[in-house]
Design a protein around this ligand. Structure first.
Ligand SMILES: Nc1ncnc2c1ncn2[C@@H]1O[C@H](COP(=O)(O)OP(=O)(O)OP(=O)(O)O)[C@@H](O)[C@H]1O
Ligand SMILES: O=C(O)c1ccc[n+]([C@@H]2O[C@H](COP(=O)([O-])O)[C@@H](O)[C@H]2O)c1
Length: 213
């Protein structure tokens, strides 16, 4: 028995199968970080397309506490998280995770990925970002470490041609030129944001009077 077990242990086929089983224990998780100020249909479309095309188990939407490279005024973390929850509640594979809000301070993605590997080491992570973010990846904290902790997944965004300098997967998503900036600006001039954000988010924005000043 001992001899067989020893042989099995050294058998590369068995090792590959064991690796697969180990991988099967965990989940394939798409990490989608953002300020989500507010969440809009571009975010939701990207998340669903990546989930489906890469055969992931779940997408985790992670709102930032303090975004590292953004200066625009943002509504409260509570409101951004509430809107995310409303936008994603009809999709069982979409989850809102508040790790960065609980951690506080500036939300560096590498810190979040390290934490995720610590608490859920069995999962595999796919870091989703629009090409605007990909193009400024080298301004991020520890960009090369990011590529070790997650598979980088880029999405083409209008006005930001792909300039990746790290290995990454590009997923084709029907281009949709909506941004949170557009949503905020539209509200500020009294325009309609119907269909730019889910109805539940539209109602929340109206009820709380967000972005109207
Ligand atoms: N329309 C879109 N198509 C593809 N990716 C998008 C789109 N909108 C946002 N993203 C990506 O989603 C992530 C989170 O974006 P974020 O919450 O900052 O939204 P945003 O619309 O870019 O906001 P803002 O206009 O305030 O800068 C980023 O990786 C960003 O590139
Ligand atoms: O880690 C960094 O240095 C870093 C620099 C810029 C942006 N990010 C992350 O990229 C995501 C999108 O950022 P933003 O500012 O467009 O909302 C969000 O999760 C940020 O925390 C991360």
């Amino acid at each position: 028995m001992v001899a067989i077990a020893k042989d099995l242990k050294n058998n590369p086929v068995v090792e590959v199968q064991a690796e697969k089983l180990k991988a099967h224990d965990g989940k394939q998780i798409g990490i989608f970080g953002g300020t989500f100020n507010p969440v809009h249909i571009g975010h939701l479309l990207v998340a669903e397309q990546v989930l489906s095309k890469l055969h992931l188990d779940e997408i985790w939407f992670i709102p930032t506490n303090i975004p590292p490279l953004k200066n625009a005024p943002i509504v409260s973390a509570q409101d951004r998280a509430n809107m995310l929850e409303l936008a994603t509640q009809d999709n069982a594979r979409f989850q809102v995770k508040l790790f960065e809000l609980f951690r506080g301070g500036v939300s560096y993605t590498v810190d979040t990925l390290r934490y995720l590997h610590e608490i859920y080491p069995e999962n595999r992570y796919y870091l989703i970002m629009g090409s605007d973010q990909v193009n400024q990846l080298f301004e991020w904290k520890e960009p090369t470490k990011l590529a070790q902790l997650a598979t980088l997944v880029g999405i083409q965004r209008a006005g930001y041609p792909q300039k990746a300098r790290l290995p990454m997967i590009w997923v084709d998503v029907p281009g949709i030129d909506v941004s949170s900036t557009l949503v905020r600006q539209t509200i500020a001039v009294g325009g309609s944001i119907r269909y730019l954000v889910p109805k539940t988010v539209l109602n929340y924005i109206k009820k709380k009077g967000l972005y109207y000043e």
